[in-house]
Ligand binder design. Structure first.
Ligand SMILES: CC(=O)N[C@@H](CCC[C@H](N)C(=O)O)C(=O)O
Length: 372
């Protein structure tokens, strides 16, 4: 498999993005690629819509693991690329098509040039939600491999190709999804006094909860509340009986997450009184922070320096990643891979530079070969 074939794989995968735990075509596609490069020392096991791919080493001391996430996002692609998403309303807007391609490239490289240690490749579903890492980690299938070190990468649109970046300690935030349903009383647009208008209640709520960040969180700490989706009502001249908010909370420590949630719950009680309505709150999926092991990161930095890949110290980011669950149990780390795109993660025009695939393969292979 050469570089052009990897580009084709990335473009094929880019066209078939699927949401969490529905990655059926993606799983089938990866399986048929692996069938072509399969060797007797490779074990492939399905896990839900994901895969475990185990490669036995030549002279193993350890078992290392490398994880790639495989799901897409409910975003309508606007790149106009000839290989744009064929799944209307769904897009690989977080780079998981590159993550999978890099993992396939690394498997191919190690099949052709075997290394000493065993390696488990994890093709993980549902990173964007509801979270595949935790159940995968807890599965008997995963436990039997006894992993000594685990790592993963994430594309970074703002970094140039040829660059990787990481840090010791926290890299990605704690997250909690947020689903809030308002139920009031609808009615004629001309008789607001006879209704409990949930468009007004939800709008005020969205604006007001930003003050939890500015007035309840220490300014030297960090927190984010984002409401990414808001729906209410049915038609222009009817007052809305219902409104729904969907969002996410991000913090750099778990105590701040607790404070934000307690404040949100107080706001909900207050809004129920003020707007004479019922409000239902559901936190959905929560992800543990990504906390990198310092020893592993410093080895990675040295290995990158001797591989002519530029290593930069990263800042912590408020992105979330359920890979944090793996790092809670096993030593390891995550790093950013520069893909130089004008548009960022989760943007409908995200267009990563495909030259980064080669750098990603090289970085992962070097780490697997040289990690002590
Ligand atoms: C790297 C990245 O963009 N990850 C996602 C993870 C989403 C977690 C969950 N669905 C949530 O929104 O809380 C991110 O949005 O950071």
């Amino acid at each position: 498999m050469n570089y052009n074939q990897l580009i084709k794989i990335r473009r094929d995968l880019h066209q078939i993005p699927e949401l969490g735990f529905r990655e059926f075509k993606t799983q089938a596609y990866i399986l048929q690629i692996l069938e072509k490069i399969k060797t007797p020392n490779m074990v492939i096991e399905k896990w839900e819509t994901g895969l475990f791919v185990y490669l036995k080493g030549k002279n193993p001391n350890k078992t290392l693991a490398y994880r790639a996430d495989i799901d897409g996002l409910p975003i309508k692609e606007e790149t106009n690329l000839p290989y744009h998403s064929k799944h209307e309303g769904c897009m690989h807007a977080c780079g998981h098509d590159l993550h999978m391609t890099i993992a396939i490239g690394v498997i191919n490289e190690i099949v052709r040039h075997p290394i000493d240690d065993n390696v488990l490749f994890i093709f993980q579903p549902a990173e964007e939600g509801p979270g595949g890492a935790k159940p995968m980690l807890q599965s008997e299938q995963f436990k039997k491999w006894n992993i000594d070190m685990i790592f993963a990468l994430h594309i970074a649109p703002e970094l140039p190709v040829g660059t990787v970046s990481s840090r010791e300690g926290i890299l990605f935030a704690n997250t909690s999804e947020l689903f809030i349903d308002f139920k009031g009383k609808g009615g004629h647009a001309a008789y607001p006094h006879l209704t409990k208008d949930m468009t007004v209640a939800a709008s005020m709520f969205v604006a007001q909860i930003q003050q939890i960040i500015s007035r309840k969180i220490d300014p030297l700490d960090s927190g984010v509340i984002t409401i990414g989706k808001m729906t209410s009502g049915t038609v222009q001249n009817v007052i809305a009986e219902e409104a729904k908010l969907e969002g996410t909370i991000r913090t750099l420590n778990q105590e701040t997450m607790r404070v934000i949630k307690a404040e949100l719950e107080r706001h909900i009680k207050g809004y129920e009184l003020l707007y004479e309505c019922k409000i239902r709150l559901d936190y959905g999926a929560m992800y543990h922070q990504v906390y990198n092991n310092g020893n592993v990161v410093s080895q990675f930095e040295k290995i990158m320096n001797s591989s002519n890949i530029i290593y930069k110290e990263a800042n912590a980011a408020m992105t979330g990643e359920d890979f944090g669950y793996f790092l809670k149990e096993i030593d390891g780390f995550m790093f950013w891979l520069g893909v130089g795109s004008t548009y960022g993660l989760h943007h409908s025009k995200l267009n990563p530079n495909e030259e980064a695939i080669q750098i990603g393969v090289q970085a992962v292979v070097e780490m697997l070969k040289n990690y002590k």
